[in-house]
Design a protein around this ligand. Structure first.
Ligand code: ITT
Length: 216
């Protein structure tokens, strides 16, 4: 199977690092390239994430970076959905509580908002939609098939902790208690997080679809 060059279409270095680790033993021989490496000093602005759902946002990022740099790419859009907040921040996880000066402050505010909620009312999940865009560049686009991308969705179920714990990961990891491990996501090392996370599952699934396309 030929080596496939894939751009990691994310401006979030934590995500890019996780994607690299998740794909270290991928079923496809991949050369993963960061935005910085591909841009070679050119400034590439972030696209506005104006999609109505995770798939639309993932495709906005993939098309923007993939078309600008003429490379097939992997992008994801992800978010934390808190049931007591009717699914917020969800699609707006990055922009949520924009007046906070740091993620730690944001996490503290979420804990404060939920402070009177008992365990059973703290259900939450991370959701991720991962896409591989640019099948035509890989000569994998089939005649008569309109889609130029593959996509996969995955969740990681859990709840919002009563206090922040752990230093690993990023974003809302310190306040997200995983059902799978019974501790906060930020208490897991990278390999453990990637084995159960929304991103780990979605990225492995979309790359498996790519492997299947290459075999047929
Ligand atoms: P790109 O759009 O450039 O990929 P981003 O960080 O803005 O980077 P998203 O739009 O997908 O990515 O925003 C998702 C936000 O949700 C992210 O900034 C985190 O705050 C949170 N998030 C996503 N995945 C997470 C994870 O694995 N652990 C903790 N928080 C996460």
């Amino acid at each position: 199977m030929p080596k496939i060059k894939l751009l990691l279409a994310t401006g979030n270095p934590h995500k890019a690092e996780e994607m690299r680790a998740i794909l270290a033993d991928a079923p496809v021989d991949l050369e993963l390239v960061s935005l910085t490496e591909a841009a070679q000093g050119r400034e590439i602005l972030e696209p506005p994430e104006t999609g109505k759902n995770y798939l639309e946002n993932a495709l906005i990022k993939a098309k923007h970076y993939g078309n600008t740099l003429a490379l097939p790419c992997l992008a994801d859009d992800s978010g934390l959905e808190i049931e007591a907040l009717q699914g917020a921040p969800g699609l707006y996880s990055h922009r949520f509580l924009a007046d906070c000066h740091s993620q730690a402050e944001k996490n503290a505010r979420v804990l404060e908002i939920l402070k009177d909620k008992p365990s059973e009312e703290r259900r939450a999940r991370f959701r991720c939609t991962a896409v591989i865009y640019g099948l035509s560049l890989l000569a994998l686009k089939r005649p008569g098939v309109e889609l130029d991308y593959l996509s996969a969705v995955a969740t990681c179920e859990g709840s919002i902790a009563f206090k922040a714990c752990g230093k690993a990961g990023f974003g809302y990891d310190p306040i997200f208690l995983t059902d799978d491990r019974g501790c906060c996501m930020a208490e897991l090392d990278a390999a453990e997080k990637n084995s159960i996370s929304h991103r780990g599952k979605a990225v492995r699934a979309v790359v498996q679809q790519l492997a299947d396309l290459l075999k047929n």
